[in-house]
Design a protein around this ligand. Structure first.
Ligand code: CAO
Length: 416
């Protein structure tokens, strides 16, 4: 069956996490993704956090499925010639080099347009235009500069970074969205364009509700924040909200049976107003249904510590799965804190292809995260990441039309 991006060829000049996330998604949608890597070196993540000696790391294999690998030294004369031909034969160039690297290589936007006016040139950078545009950026820098760290953690503790890679993978997703829009636009205009996803912008976008709260502060304390009930005054900026829900329905992480020994024996529990009476029944507080101190969301706001403390007295008598089994039929929104171990072993995630097992010639079987978006007509088959330069000859001859003699001469001068 055809895939949505069949016929789209990507010159994948990405490395580490943000760019590769984007090109992996494009590959899963059917694009032919040709990853260009330095001969003998490759993407730095191939050899980072190595767990199997001599094999590509999981960091690399889990971000580069369904791609082809071409080695190319784009700083040699012959390498530049090959790169020019690649630009002419691809639809999208995706890159996440440090600012200015492509210009220094001789392949800035003006040159790319000269070579291929239909080319879409998509970049991840740490920052957009402005005072920090020349800075190199990694995940946690983006989380800090994008407002996530200042709003994560507890109000009396340090700013915190989150385990979700919102700076890298989040920006890769944003970039993918921009590329698809540019491809559609090219259908109408025949022209390519530049697409920029700055990591700071991506994180700010994901922290949208925190900018909402920043503006709400002008109207008084944020009453749904736990610190309001604890009589801790608000400062000038959106504070860290611990595990407060962030929406209009208060929620917290509560201990469940076994929490003393199991670091993940917790549940998220949301006191959704619509099901308050069900919650009262479950926790055996029927009088709270009508008591004016507890019956309405407004009345409960200054008492959230007491309310959640009482709910926790109940959740501590149940496992996190029992809490879910009891609450779900009553429409009470709860969620177990699932560990990576539990997710890796969860059969339903294997059945949907969200967790997949791949085989790799150097490392054997390994688990990965499959395509998180499912299309009803286009199932995704996840294939292993390429070895360094595995497809060099194939791409040079079949895609770019070079002869065996040409290829031999490129190899001789170390261009591929
Ligand atoms: N042939 C020849 N040279 C190549 C090459 C190839 N195939 N591929 C890369 N290079 C060169 C680049 O041209 C660059 O050379 P110059 O410095 O002489 O211009 C050099 O390799 C290093 O590239 P880089 O600066 O991008 O890499 P780095 O390791 O120094 O920095 C990173 C890494 C991620 C901090 C930086 O690329 C960056 O800020 N990227 C944008 C933001 C981003 O995506 N960050 C997230 C990364 S995931 O956490």
């Amino acid at each position: 069956m055809s895939q949505p991006l069949d016929g789209i060829r990507i010159l994948d000049f990405t490395h580490v996490q943000s760019g590769p996330t984007c090109t992996q998604l494009l590959a899963w949608m059917g694009a032919d993704v040709i990853k260009v890597e330095r001969p003998g070196v490759g993407d730095a993540t191939r050899k980072q956090l190595v767990d199997v000696e001599g094999a590509d790391s999981l960091y690399f294999t889990m971000l580069n499925h369904n791609k082809r690998s071409l080695t190319l030294n784009s700083k040699t004369q012959a390498g530049k010639e090959v790169l020019e031909r690649l630009v002419k034969n691809c639809d999208v160039l995706v890159e996440n080099f440090a600012p200015g690297a492509l210009d220094r290589m001789g392949f800035g936007w003006t040159r790319i347009q000269e070579l291929n006016p239909r080319m879409i040139m998509a970049s991840v950078k740490g920052f957009g235009p402005g005072p920090y545009e020349d800075c190199k950026v990694y995940e946690n820098v983006a989380q800090c500069a994008g407002g996530s760290a200042s709003t994560t953690g507890f109000h009396d503790g340090l700013p915190m970074v989150t385990g979700a890679q919102i700076g890298d993978s989040g920006t890769g997703l944003h970039l993918g969205f921009g590329i698809l829009a540019a491809l559609l636009h090219r259908e109408k205009t025949g022209r390519g364009q530049r697409v920029l996803a700055a990591m700071q912008d991506g994180v700010i976008n994901l922290c949208r509700v925190k900018l909402r709260d920043q503006q709400r502060l002008k109207a008084g304390p944020l009453r749904e924040y736990s610190q309001h009930g604890e009589n801790v005054p608000f400062g000038e900026a959106t504070p860290r909200a611990g595990n407060d829900s962030g929406g209009g329905q208060p929620g917290r992480i509560l201990k469940c049976k076994g929490w003393e020994a199991d670091p993940d024996a917790y549940t998220y529990f949301i006191t959704q107003a619509a099901v308050w009476k069900n919650i009262c029944d479950v926790i055996d507080k029927p009088d709270w249904k009508e008591d004016p101190n507890y019956a309405t969301p407004d009345a409960r706001l200054p008492r959230l510590n007491e309310v959640f403390g009482t709910i926790e007295d109940w959740t501590m008598t149940k496992t996190k799965y029992e809490v879910m089994q009891i609450c779900n039929p009553l429409n009470i929104p709860v969620g177990p804190i699932l560990s990576m171990k539990e997710l890796a072993e969860e059969p339903s995630l294997r059945a949907t292809g969200t967790i997949v097992e791949c085989d790799h010639p150097e490392r054997g079987p390994y688990l990965s995260v499959g395509c998180p978006v499912k299309l009803s007509d286009n199932a995704v088959t996840v294939t292993r990441s390429p070895l360094l330069g595995e497809h060099t000859d194939e791409v040079l001859s079949k895609v770019l039309g070079y002869s065996d003699e040409d290829i031999a001469s490129f190899k001789e001068v170390g261009a591929v």
